[in-house]
Design a protein around this ligand. Sequence first.
Ligand code: ZN
Length: 218
Amino acid sequence: MKLPKAKNRNLFVKENTAAVRAAEAHAAEMVTNISETTRKGLKALIVRAMETGQSPMESAREISEMIGMNERQALSAENYRDDLEEKELSPERIDSLMEKYVDRKINERSENIARYETMSALNGGLMESWQQAQESGLMGKDSTKWLVITDDNRTCPVCIDISEQEPIALDEPFESEYGSTLMPPIHGSCRCTVAVDPGSLDETVSDPENEYVNDENS
Ligand SMILES: [Zn+2]
């Protein structure tokens, strides 16, 4: 006999393995300016982080050992060096300031990557578990989702726009100038989440008494 409690626990375990699968499928795809070997390494790192529940901050520390700056950062580093040279500092002083600058930029980038990849995998896993819930009748075929922003002065206007749109079907992507994506993150430093309306339930599954009786009889 299946108890509802055991069922819930099952769903939770599925959700974690779903995040691992999401990482296996798509982790590190969006990271620019890295070699394919580094991409493979990053992917393995994120998959392991999903398996062990490692925090994004811990992942960021490991990532900072693997990557350099992105293109935009490399350009601003060049500008920074130009500024320092104009100030006529000693070469040693310039080198040491540059080293600190580059370290700081790589740390920032590593944190962004860790946050983005963690959110992608968790949300990808969530999406998969919702689809499974739909297939097994725990959520209605008419379930909808909508974007929930972190509302403060850093909130991106594109995400505010999406969050004000009507709820969409689970398998419909959020469309914006960043392209179309099933789940956030919508862009690099996106802090959005998704809320879901489970829709109308399949009656044969939604009535717990009915299910219990069925289980007893089988
Ligand atoms: Zn966002």
